[in-house]
Design a binder for this molecule. Structure first.
Ligand SMILES: Cc1ncc(COP(=O)(O)O)c(C=O)c1O
Length: 407
């Protein structure tokens, strides 16, 4: 064989352009250090640290024991579509029909299904999405051959974007706007006023779909959660996406759902072509999660609220760090520009690596959520889905690191 000839046939440009979710990469690094006996306090992973509520676990076990573990219709079992429709509707003050709802293996697949359903590869179709933001948005936009148009979230606006920036970036080539509230990684919420302003911009661009990633809808703490779909003219154009992962501590059960009348049959076909259906066992568990007692979910929410106060107070006490109070989800997104300067770190990524290796604290850096927002400095992400004791221990280590390493 000639030197330089690849040992395997080439991959597609699509495969080459597919990104990843760095939380999983950092987590592998953390696990490797832990295997070598290092004591790491991890704030990396965005999943509740509680067990799935017992009644929900029992429903999954009962499904297995009663033989309800085969394929289901691709759109999901009727019972879950009805429960999800009721839940999506009730939380947003909308009437949602079960026919509009499709169930998949998590909320995540709907990001890909939506982008693939409303943009054409290589046609110059643009997708506007939040930066910083969930990394799968940009990854799927690129892999689907669409054009990513970042919308910057500003610290000065409580990590909402400026609707004037949306108005400047939206145009005839825009096919999709991705919104995420409450937001990963900043914990920011879109206010009612912002939603009015966004709807006013969108009213002038009827060719644009809206993907409303509302997976943290139950975890809004400051003021009521509101959806763009409640604004006049927005409902039909909005894909409402929510799921069981964050609300009922069901990340590994893989249940998400999306509601949109026009796209429901298209999503169903995607599912037939890919996963066939979500796990029937998990679907029955999700029916119980939605329809059964909510005390487990409420207790988790109360805990997150308590931890939010704790982590923000402690972070604000670290030299060179200042942290805004996040409005929702379970993430804190402190500004560490000054702490980087004090410790001689070139940027948030170097700060993150040194925290991991020199202080035994695992976090993610802003660059894991897209390019840095121009003029907004350096940030790192803490997931506070961990115990009070870990929060206290972890932030004490961060404070100690900054004090010890200040030049
Ligand atoms: C903003 C956002 N959207 C979607 C998801 C995916 O959730 P699921 O577990 O339902 O696929 C996550 C999970 O971290 C998320 O943070």
């Amino acid at each position: 064989m000639n030197a330089g000839v690849p040992a395997v046939p080439p991959l597609s440009r699509r495969a080459e352009s597919l990104g990843t979710e760095n939380a999983f990469v950092v987590l592998a690094e953390v696990n490797a250090l832990a295997r070598h006996g290092r004591d790491i306090v991890s704030f990396c992973i965005g999943q509740p640290d509680f067990p799935t509520p017992a009644n929900v676990q029992e429903a999954g076990i009962a499904a297995i024991r009663t033989g309800r573990h085969g394929y289901t219709p691709s759109a999901g079992i009727d019972e879950l579509r009805a429960a999800a429709a009721k839940d999506i509707g009730a939380r947003r003050g909308l009437a949602v029909d079960p026919d509009e709802v499709v169930v998949a293996s998590g909320a995540k697949p709907f990001i890909a299904y939506t982008i693939a359903s409303v943009t054409d590869h290589g046609a110059g179709d643009e997708v506007i999405y939040p930066v910083p933001g969930f990394p799968i948005y940009e990854s799927q936009i690129l892999a689907n051959g669409a054009v990513p148009v970042p919308l910057f979230l500003r610290e000065s606006r409580g990590f909402a974007f400026d609707p004037a920036e949306l108005a400047a970036k939206i145009g005839p080539k825009t096919r999709l706007l991705i919104l995420n509230t409450p937001h990963n990684p900043t914990g920011g919420l879109l206010s009612g006023g912002d939603l009015d302003a966004i709807a006013a911009v969108l009213a002038k661009h009827p060719q644009v779909w809206i993907f409303a990633d509302e997976i943290y809808s139950r975890l809004a703490y400051d003021g009521a959660f509101e959806s763009i779909a409640t604004r006049p003219g927005m409902r039909e154009r909005t894909i409402l996406c929510d799921g069981a992962s964050k609300t009922w501590a069901m990340t590994g059960w893989r249940i998400g759902y999306a509601a949109n009348r026009a796209l429901a049959p298209v999503f169903t076909r995607w599912i037939t072509n890919t996963e066939s259906c979500a796990s029937q066992i998990s679907q029955w568990a999700a029916v119980e999660a939605i329809n059964g007692p909510q005390d487990g979910a409420e207790a988790m929410r109360a805990k997150f609220l308590e931890r939010r106060e704790l982590i923000v107070r402690l972070l604000d006490g670290v030299p060179g760090v200042r942290c805004r109070m996040p409005g929702g989800a379970f993430y804190a997104w402190p500004n560490v520009t000054e702490a980087c300067r004090m410790t001689g770190c070139a940027d948030s990524e170097e700060f993150r690596k040194r925290l991991l290796h020199e202080a035994g604290v695992a976090v993610l850096a802003d660059i894991h959520f897209g390019r840095r927002v121009p003029g907004d400095g350096q940030h790192i992400r803490f997931s506070y889905a961990t115990s009070n004791e870990s929060i206290e221990r972890g932030i004490a280590r961060v404070a100690d690191f900054v004090k010890r390493c200040t030049r």
